[in-house]
Ligand binder design. Structure first.
Ligand code: ZN
Length: 227
């Protein structure tokens, strides 16, 4: 069977709320429809997944500024997403500034590492890779004063060397761009994530309730480099 029905807890990722800063942004009306799908299907939106089923975690990659401008959309619904930020992108045009990040953090948003430069991690080795992984972790922790114990691979790109490097740097979890349930790849401390930013409500519902093995294989081929 191509699709197997499941209620596994899942992570959904986006880039921005609203489309003012990036064409990877999600229209607010579409985002609200996504929230309705989660609610209608009996999934609760949580800050961190703790149960094998019926939970959804929402992530935003890169730290785009629409998240700050449209924060009430999330806060008024009690949603505290996790945002992955890269050292080099903070304060750049269209991205969150340091003070906006601090304010959102004080309002309950989670912030985690998205490397130093936001380049493909499989292209680095030695000191270069160390800077992207442990360098970014230390820098962000020093800058903000809270712990960055998870990382999200830029563009989803990773290899076994990258995965080992993340473990060595002290990251407890590695967020991928491979679809599936939260616990599906936990053996390697990797978290599956489902790309939702352009999905129609119907497509989102399908991602929420089913797992396509073929689609997962395709995403793995796209993001995983054997090294
Ligand atoms: Zn990114």
């Amino acid at each position: 069977m191509l699709f197997s029905r499941n209620r596994k807890s899942k992570v959904f990722y986006y880039h921005d709320l609203g489309t003012a800063h990036t064409d990877m942004g999600t229209d607010i009306s579409l985002f609200l429809k996504h929230l309705s799908v989660f609610e209608k299907e009996g999934f609760s939106v949580v800050e961190q997944i703790t149960e094998p089923e019926n939970q959804v975690m929402i992530c935003f990659d890169d730290g785009w500024r629409g998240l700050y401008e449209n924060r009430e959309v999330l806060l008024s619904r009690g949603i505290h997403p996790t945002v992955f930020i890269a050292v080099d992108l903070i304060g750049e045009k269209g991205y969150l500034t340091e003070s906006q990040i601090r304010e959102l953090h004080s309002l309950g948003f989670g912030f985690q590492s998205h490397s130093w430069s936001h380049n493909d991690l499989t292209e680095f080795s030695g000191d270069g890779l160390d800077k992207e992984l442990s360098g970014a972790k230390k820098h962000l922790e020093q800058q903000f004063g809270w712990s960055f114990d998870s990382i999200c691979y830029p563009m989803g790109r990773h290899s076994d060397k990258v995965c080992q490097g993340c473990l060595k740097a002290g990251y407890k979890l590695q967020y991928t761009s491979i679809s599936g349930g939260y616990y599906d790849m936990m053996g390697k401390k990797q978290v599956c994530r489902n790309c939702a930013q352009y999905s129609s409500p119907k497509e989102l519902r399908m991602m929420l309730l089913s797992t396509s093995r073929l689609f997962r294989r395709h995403l793995r081929a796209l993001h995983y480099v054997k090294a």
